[in-house]
Design a protein around this ligand. Structure first.
Ligand SMILES: [Zn+2]
Length: 414
């Protein structure tokens, strides 16, 4: 990386004000944000960004899965974009920084470079990946995974939320809200991608560093398990005749907990959704659907455990049937060394304390990394609290990260 002494300084006040403006869209009484993927609120956030973009003459494209690309043209239109971004959607009653900070830092970089009048060979883009969080439509990282070819477009467009609304309908709504947007082909080349994100942990807070140069991400396995027994009367059905899907499912989850217990406390085993049907107080439940989320950094161990999960579930099904409705396998990954050291060099240049760190959470940069050299920059997040209304980050840390990507985008695009 050749550091250029003329990097323009970002506008930290504007960047913070944009956070405050965005936090109003889906604001909760508890000081957080409830803005699930492609709800009216999320679409409003997209429209506001485009309004800001148009004030600079930037253009907007949408792709078939609802990813949005805000573009500042380069000198050579044949070159792929140098890009940065994240997501605008949140968890239910989520925070004001997860995702949106990466979008606004990327957009601030575009504005800063535009205002400085710097001509770049490559176009510059801010990317808003659709449905990163996943609580409304599974799976998470849907937009980036479809773009990278890891998920199938047709299948993802038919995914439904709890009210039966499909992702396809929502993408149409987004397009209607932005009739001026052009269209982008899925998988179209990207020269590079950077994502700024709150750490969602406490390592930076503990060390006092303000920049995390992310080296890689955990792998994970996800399973949607369906356990089918038989609905029956809770008063008249003796234990010997019950096919109680709840009992079978909880036996499975307990057995898994024993197997997935590690002394180092590095294994992440979670059952985040567990649905009991039909849900009558006096009915032995005939069906349970639940989701297993297992994360770990070592591929070999993760592969072995991933193979065992269906076997363990089957072994504990009792009189019920067990079926795997959906399974997802994502290997641990590493970002390219030149991107990691580029982040370090930019942080050094500005005197920002930094350290290398691993990401325990999944992010869109994982899928972008399939297409181009990609990297991530973490900033501290108060007490590590995230996916929570209390989520908080400091304006000067956000500004530091935005400055780093401004420098890096210039270096990569010029
Ligand atoms: Zn996020």
């Amino acid at each position: 990386m050749s550091k250029n002494t003329t990097y323009p300084g970002i506008n930290a006040g504007r960047l913070w004000q944009r956070h405050l403006d965005m936090a109003k869209i889906g604001a909760t009484a508890g000081g957080g944000v409830h803005r699930m993927a492609l709800t009216n609120e999320d679409i409003e956030a997209h429209v506001l960004l485009v309004k800001w973009a148009e004030a600079h003459g930037f253009t907007t494209d949408l792709d078939a899965i609802g990813n949005m690309f805000i573009r500042r043209d380069g000198i050579d239109p044949s070159l792929p974009p140098v890009s940065s971004g994240s997501h605008t959607d949140t968890q239910p009653n989520g925070g004001r920084f997860d995702g949106i900070t990466g979008v606004l830092a990327a957009f601030e970089a575009l504005e800063t470079i535009e205002e400085a009048g710097i001509k770049t060979r490559h176009p510059l883009e801010t990317i808003i990946w659709n449905n990163e969080e996943g609580p409304r439509f599974t799976p998470s990282c849907m937009g980036s995974a479809v773009y990278s070819g890891d998920r199938k477009l047709d299948e993802m467009l038919t995914r439904q939320d709890s009210e039966g609304i499909t992702m396809g309908t929502c993408v149409d709504e987004l397009r209607k809200a932005l009739p001026q947007a052009g269209s982008r082909e899925l998988g179209a080349p990207i020269a590079s991608f950077l994502e700024v994100h709150i750490e969602q942990g406490t390592r930076l807070e503990s060390s006092g560093n303000i920049i995390g140069a992310v080296t890689g991400m955990q792998g994970y396995r996800r399973f949607e398990i369906q356990v089918t027994g038989e609905d029956s009367h809770s008063g008249t059905t003796p234990r010997s005749r019950r096919k109680d899907a709840f009992v079978a499912a909880t036996d499975m989850t307990h057995a898994l907990r024993d197997i997935l217990w590690d002394d180092e406390d590095e294994m992440r085993y979670t059952i985040g959704r567990f649905e009991v049907r039909p849900g009558g107080v006096s009915v032995v439940p005939g069906q349970v659907n639940f989701y297993i989320d297992l994360r770990y950094h070592n591929k070999k161990t993760l592969d072995e455990l991933g193979e065992r999960i269906p076997q363990i579930c089957k072994a504990h099904a009792g009189p019920c049937e067990m079926k795997i409705l959906d399974a997802l396998k994502v290997d641990p990954m590493e970002f390219p060394e030149e991107v990691i050291s580029g982040i370090e060099a930019a942080a050094d240049w500005h005197g920002f304390g930094h350290e290398r760190m691993y990401s325990y959470a999944g992010h869109d940069a994982r899928f972008a990394a399939r297409l181009c050299p990609a990297g991530m920059i973490f900033i501290p997040c108060w007490k590590g609290i995230s996916h929570n209304e209390a989520e908080s980050a400091e304006p000067e840390h956000i500004a530091a990260a935005a400055q780093i990507i401004t420098d890096m985008l210039i270096d990569q695009a010029i």
